[in-house]
Design a protein around this ligand. Structure first.
Ligand code: GAP
Length: 549
């Protein structure tokens, strides 16, 4: 049933048709990797984020919330290292112009043949000519492949004429090829900053730049670039690439106003922005996305215990809304994967249709961030524990810089995970007894955009009025209910199956006489007739029951 290859296409199509996710600016041709969350997508996203907030903040005395500015003082990003280090090594293919991340590219082994794989024979011919012109070799064309190259050393590629055992020419090899075409003809690596830059202030830097260029025509290219950079930098601000830094910058304010005692956490959720070069897998990696992050401040030396604690908690949370909890795992980072500030890190991974990949990172960030912000701002970011003995002096009272455990989750990535988890196709029989496919989104009731749909069987005889009254009763009880009278009842059931509505209530001709309605369960399709006066309570009980199962 769960065909891995087709499932993404089906989910993308359903998400668009049913109002979960639209391409951004679609009528203008769309904007690459930008998405809008439609009428049902916004509900699903909020439900996920509200559940996270409930678990992380409302249900805990040791975590407090924060909603910080997206644009922060540029020095924040200098201190955090994002301005200098938040960059990807990028490479261009000199033939196809494909741009890609060097650290994610395929790495053939010594002895491997390299076949440049074109889209079609015509392109193969064009690339063959382009390579001949630029590198003075004629690769052999085999359909849409270009052949004759082989890795002969860790840093060398050889060109072999047809049937020749010895290479006639060699080329430098960086150890990887381009991901789409398999091309080893590549530019040098360039660093590319992932932060979106903007300007703040009333004066437009363009005017200053124009004056500078006009007054300094004698400068060479690099000097001109440096001069312009300086002007831009003076008024530059950045869209935050993560929500985390605000929690470090506001550590003292949150700790003092709420009298928090260590261990304690500061939680924040909201938009983050990264100028991602490789956007991939629909909303999995996009330039604008939402995060749910918490910085948990702990006593130095206790970080391992708290790291283990938070990995368990977070994994359990993701599983609790899933039909397939076994699809969530965690994986320890290898030493060479660790960020410079972390002494340990785990990824919570989900089994996406393309394989296991990251959903949330749980990092042990040491005291790196608080120390950096203290150093750059000149403000002491430390904690004084009166009850503890200072390990160095042996005296009561210990001032230290807390260590930090950070569970950092993607909310929009989580939404994709739950769409994949929910998507089901089932064979059922239609009214004539023929097999037909039912698509049902088995979203957890807490996440489902609508909890209940109220459907009058026909649009007359007072049934719509009864249905609307019932919808109002649900609304008053805080249950998101939907009135729906369009199309035949079977079609309406299917529509609500496809958006994950757990229960449909039908008002029919008998309702007026017996004051009863029919409840249809989304997953089992079983129907039961209940008193209308009890309907709201019964649904509330069912929703509560489903969340404690
Ligand atoms: N403060 C640490 C931090 O931001 P991260 O691993 O870069 O760590 C945390 O991001 C989570 O945010 C990721 O596990 C992922 O779920 C989500 N995320 C990161 N970049 C994303 C992107 N470009 N699009 C969608 N989600 C993203």
């Amino acid at each position: 049933m769960r065909d891995a290859h087709k499932i993404m296409e089906k989910i993308i199509s359903l998400a668009k048709q049913r109002g979960f996710i639209f391409q951004s600016s679609e009528i203008y041709g769309g904007l690459k990797s930008a998405y809008d969350y439609g009428p049902l997508g916004v509900e699903l996203k909020r439900n996920i984020m509200n559940e996270w907030w409930r678990t992380m903040v409302y249900e805990r005395e040791d975590v407090t919330g924060l909603d910080a500015s997206i644009i922060m003082h540029p020095k924040v990003w200098e201190a955090s290292g994002h301005l200098a280090g938040f960059s990807d090594p990028l490479v261009d293919c000199l033939i196809s112009k494909e741009r890609f991340r060097a650290d994610k590219a395929p790495t053939p082994n010594i002895g491997d043949e390299i076949h440049i794989t074109c889209n079609d024979k015509g392109q193969a011919k064009n690339y063959q000519l382009a390579i001949e012109k630029r590198f003075n070799i004629v690769l052999q064309r085999n359909g849409k492949n270009l052949e004759g190259l082989k890795v002969i050393d860790t840093n060398k590629i050889g060109f072999f004429e047809t049937d020749q055992e010895k290479e006639s020419k060699t080329f430098d090899f960086p150890g990887y090829v381009s991901p789409t075409f398999n091309s080893p003809f590549l530019s040098k690596e360039k660093q590319f900053n992932l932060m979106f830059r903007s300007q703040i202030g009333a004066v437009d830097a363009l005017g200053d730049i124009a004056n500078f260029v006009n007054d300094n025509k004698h400068l060479d290219k690099d000097e001109m670039k440096q001069g312009i950079e300086k002007i831009v930098k003076d008024s530059a601000v950045y869209l935050r690439p993560e929500t985390a830094q605000a929690m470090f910058v506001q550590f003292l304010n949150c700790q003092q106003t709420m009298s928090m005692k260590i261990p304690f956490g500061i939680a924040q959720m909201g938009k983050s922005f990264r100028n991602e070069i490789t956007t991939e897998h629909y909303i999995f990696r996009s330039c604008e996305f939402e995060q749910m992050e918490m910085e948990f401040f702990v006593e130095p030396g206790t970080q391992k215990k708290w790291l283990d604690y938070w990995i368990d908690k977070r994994l359990e949370w993701w599983k609790s809304f899933s039909n397939y909890p076994d699809n969530f795992i965690y994986r320890a980072h290898e030493k060479d994967e660790l960020a410079h500030y972390a002494d340990a890190c785990y990824d919570i991974e989900y089994k996406y249709p393309w394989g296991y990949d990251e959903l949330e990172g749980v990092a042990s960030r040491t005291d790196y961030d608080l120390k950096k912000h203290a150093e750059h701002s000149g403000t002491k970011l430390s904690y004084f524990d009166q009850q503890k003995e200072d390990p160095e002096t042996g005296k009561m009272g210990w001032r230290y810089t807390p260590y930090v455990i950070e569970p950092a989750a993607g909310a929009t990535r989580g939404l994709l995970v739950y769409l994949i988890d929910a998507y089901h196709e089932e064979t059922v029989q239609d009214a004539k007894g023929n097999d037909t496919t039912r698509v049902v989104m088995k979203l957890h009731p807490k996440l489902a955009p609508f909890k209940v749909a109220v459907l009058p069987l026909i649009k007359k005889d007072g049934l719509p009025e009864i249905a609307r009254d019932l919808v109002n009763s649900f609304m008053k009880a805080g249950i998101n209910a939907r009135y729906d009278e369009q199309h035949a009842i079977g079609k309406r059931y299917r529509r609500h199956d496809e958006v994950g509505t757990p229960y449909c209530l039908t008002i029919d001709g008998e309702t007026k006489a017996d004051n009863c309605v029919t409840i249809r369960d989304r997953d089992t399709m079983k129907q039961e007739r209940v008193s209308m006066n009890e309907a709201v309570k019964i649904i509330i009980d069912k929703l509560n029951q489903s969340t404690t199962d």
